[in-house]
Design a protein around this ligand. Structure first.
Ligand code: SF4
Ligand code: SF4
Length: 345
């Protein structure tokens, strides 16, 4: 595959040109309280070409927002519904590799398996420009261990890697090639020494750490070998704040509700998930998971075991967001290590 290079100055021109070719340019920017968040910078130039750490939220908050109108209900009585369409052309810039891997998993669920039209429409109209990591984004991050960083292997259109002289550029898709072709004069062929520089970054990043044996982990969880008391402890600490499922880039669960005013209204989708007692409650009131401790157990099992069986890879990408946000100090990484070291079996 062609390896390219772009200078910092040309990257600015590249971004400016990209902005003319989209409806929203979703990029990392400093929020007023100093955190990094993704936002539309098409008209304000607040995007950061590179940044330390990761954003508080992931691209999921644009593709699967917390609440989203699906249909306008013209008449509930006569069942007349008008789909809400979102055909905006979005360019996501500066997405970290862990979030790119999360997008590939979300694509499997929302696009490849059974097409969810509102998600599919937004996803297919989007372009993803990854920005690889040269250091861990936080002390909680464990992307390399989960095989989702510091470089994205797939799922991006273009990937930028910061090197001393500028940015090394990987093309990951046809869409990516077309973008480059339109602005070819901004790019040069990458010199061989740039690849060496990247190898050294990777060496430093991965020094002393090993990939998690996620197949072994999935097997242990599936065989229900984890001590019951571990789930009891986790249940006591979870206060159902929903921080984990709100920030996790791979949480895909949702519910549907109609907001009616007389005969008219909106059908809304809203993010739902494991910690809530009502999430699995069925008509009639019964639930397969009546105990609170089993709600976060389900979160862990889904990400670390069920999805390994389903997709061949865990759906925890090691971003560390759930660890950073949990008021009960529930730590999925510690859990993984304890299981693999057989301390909780
Ligand atoms: S962040 Fe922690 S306390 Fe909040 S719902 Fe998730 S596990 Fe429970
Ligand atoms: S489970 Fe936690 S660490 Fe894993 S991807 Fe979700 S938020 Fe990130």
């Amino acid at each position: 595959m062609e390896k390219l290079f772009i200078t910092q100055e040309n990257l600015k021109i590249f971004v400016k040109n990209l902005k003319n070719d989209c409806d929203e340019f979703i990029a990392p920017r400093k929020e007023n309280v100093d955190d990094i968040i993704f936002g539309d910078t098409k008209d304000n130039g607040r995007e950061l070409s590179t940044y330390d750490g990761n954003s508080v939220t992931s691209p999921r908050s644009f593709l699967l927002p917390q609440t989203e109108p699906l249909f306008e209900i013209k008449s509930a009585k006569d069942c007349v519904l008008l789909p809400v369409e979102d055909r905006k052309k979005r360019i996501f810039y500066g997405v970290r590799p862990c979030d790119i891997k999360a997008l590939t998993l979300m694509r499997k669920f929302f696009v490849d398996e059974l097409a969810d039209l509102p998600y599919k429409e937004k996803f297919e109209n989007s372009t993803f420009i990854a920005l690889s990591c040269d250091k861990r984004c936080s002390k909680e991050c464990f992307c390399y261990e989960m095989d989702s960083g510091p470089y994205a292997k797939e799922g991006f259109d273009l990937q930028l890697t910061k090197i001393q002289q500028g940015y090394y550029v990987n093309i990951g898709s046809k869409k990516g090639s077309q973008i480059i072709r339109r602005q070819k004069k901004l790019f040069a062929n990458a010199a061989p020494e740039f690849a060496k520089e990247i190898k050294n970054i990777l060496k430093d990043f991965t020094k002393g750490i090993e990939k998690i044996d996620y197949k072994k982990l999935a097997g242990i969880i599936k065989q229900e070998k984890v001590k019951e008391s571990v789930w009891d402890d986790i249940g006591v600490r979870c206060v159902v704040c929903s921080g984990c499922i709100t920030l996790c880039p791979t949480c895909s669960c949702f519910s549907i509700a109609d907001r009616l005013n007389g005969d008219k209204g909106m059908r809304m989708r809203y993010c739902d998930g494991c910690p809530y007692a009502g999430f699995t409650r069925m008509a009639g009131g019964s639930t397969p998971f009546p105990r609170h401790r089993d709600h976060i157990r389900r979160f862990f099992e889904h990400k670390l075991s069920v999805d390994v069986e389903r997709y061949g890879t865990p759906s925890c990408v090691g971003c560390g967001r759930c660890i950073q946000t949990c008021p009960g100090n529930i730590n999925i990484r510690k859990f993984i290590n304890s299981v693999l070291e057989a301390q909780v079996l």
